[in-house]
Write a protein that binds this ligand. Structure first.
Ligand code: BV8
Ligand code: ZN
Length: 256
């Protein structure tokens, strides 16, 4: 692998070293080595018979609020028990070392921030920002008692209108936060180099971001254990784990 990395990375390193603006675009794969399951991984227990894309909808929440709130509270509590991995730490280091880094994530966890990134555009919201389903008022959620197992959980109620509290994530069929989406598209169109880390590139409109950058002439690098199809000369697929590849990249860039 190192031989291949040297091959790819010499161009890659040069692209990173010469870049005035680098975009790092992440998906669930960047948190996999922290023990956070990706959307590809089958759900367990109570939710095993569901496709995450079914559960992550307003329809599912209205149909069975306890089931869906239980799922998000379960995921939130799991996140309290994990830590950023070397991939998150390497991305935080890039932000410190490179002239300009824009971090765009599809993840609803806070591992980038816990690793030290001061700016992350969360295209799909955050699991730590619950709000009222009816009036939209943010809800200070102290968290439910520790869940011993996967279970249904009644969503709390809004202090203002008594509506049900929902997770602060973007569900399928819901539009993305306008500011984050516009800032992400603008960064992709203006960057010199984009690292796309741990994403299957299926969910729209986020999946358009790497091709927006490569079409604008930026060097685009996909980091994923699976080979990612590349369509342009300035596009690379580096096969491997983010927690192994990113620290090596940071180490080899002269900025680091
Ligand atoms: C919208 C929050 C306007 C919730 C999420 C155009 C065409 C077709 C469909 C659509 C379209 N436009 C809109 C749609 C509908 C839909 C969509 O894209 N559907 C898909 C399924 C086709 N999009 C929407 O609904 C969006 N809203 O468009 O609004 C609108 C409204 C109505 C109708 C039209 C337009 C909203 C999408 C956001 C949904 N919310 N998350 C929650 O978390 O519960 S999406 C969620 O799933 C994640 O945030 C993420 O985006 C996605 C999962 O993808 P990845 O992150 O890539 O993770 P995945 O598990 O898939 O892959 C992991 C990868 O990592 C793998 O490749 C693996 O190999 C790799 N990996 C594993 N380990 C490692 C690793 N890589 C590196 N290192 C490792 N160690
Ligand atoms: Zn309310």
């Amino acid at each position: 692998m190192h031989r291949e990395l040297v091959q790819i990375s010499s161009e890659l390193i040069k692209a990173l070293d010469n870049a005035k603006h680098v975009v790092v675009f992440t998906g669930a794969g960047v948190s996999a080595e922290s023990g956070v399951s990706t959307f590809r991984d089958a759900l367990s227990g109570l939710w095993a018979r569901f496709d995450p894309m079914q559960l992550a909808t307003a329809e599912a929440f209205l149909a069975d609020p306890e089931l869906v709130w239980g799922w998000y509270e379960w995921r939130r509590q799991l996140l309290l028990g994990v830590v950023p991995n070397p991939a998150h730490l390497a991305i935080a280091r890039l932000e410190q070392k490179l002239p300009k880094v824009t971090l765009i994530t599809q993840n609803v966890d806070d591992l980038h921030e816990r690793a030290g990134n001061t700016q992350a555009l969360h295209l799909h919201g955050s699991i730590f920002a619950p709000r009222c389903f009816d009036c939209g008022r943010p809800h200070a959620f102290a968290g439910a008692p520790a869940m011993a197992s996967e279970q249904k959980l009644e969503p709390p109620r809004c202090d203002m209108c008594d509506g049900m509290i929902r997770p602060g994530v973007v569900w399928f069929g819901e539009s993305l936060p306008e500011h984050a989406l516009n800032a992400a598209f603008a960064a992709a169109e203006n960057c010199d180099c984009l690292l796309s880390v741990g994403t299957s590139g299926v969910v729209q409109p986020a999946a358009q971001i790497p091709s927006l950058a490569s079409r604008a002439g930026a060097t685009v690098v996909h980091i994923n254990p699976d080979a990612v199809p590349v369509h342009r000369v300035n596009e690379y697929s580096v096969q491997g784990l983010a927690g192994e590849i990113l620290p090596l990249l940071v180490q080899e860039t002269q900025h680091a």
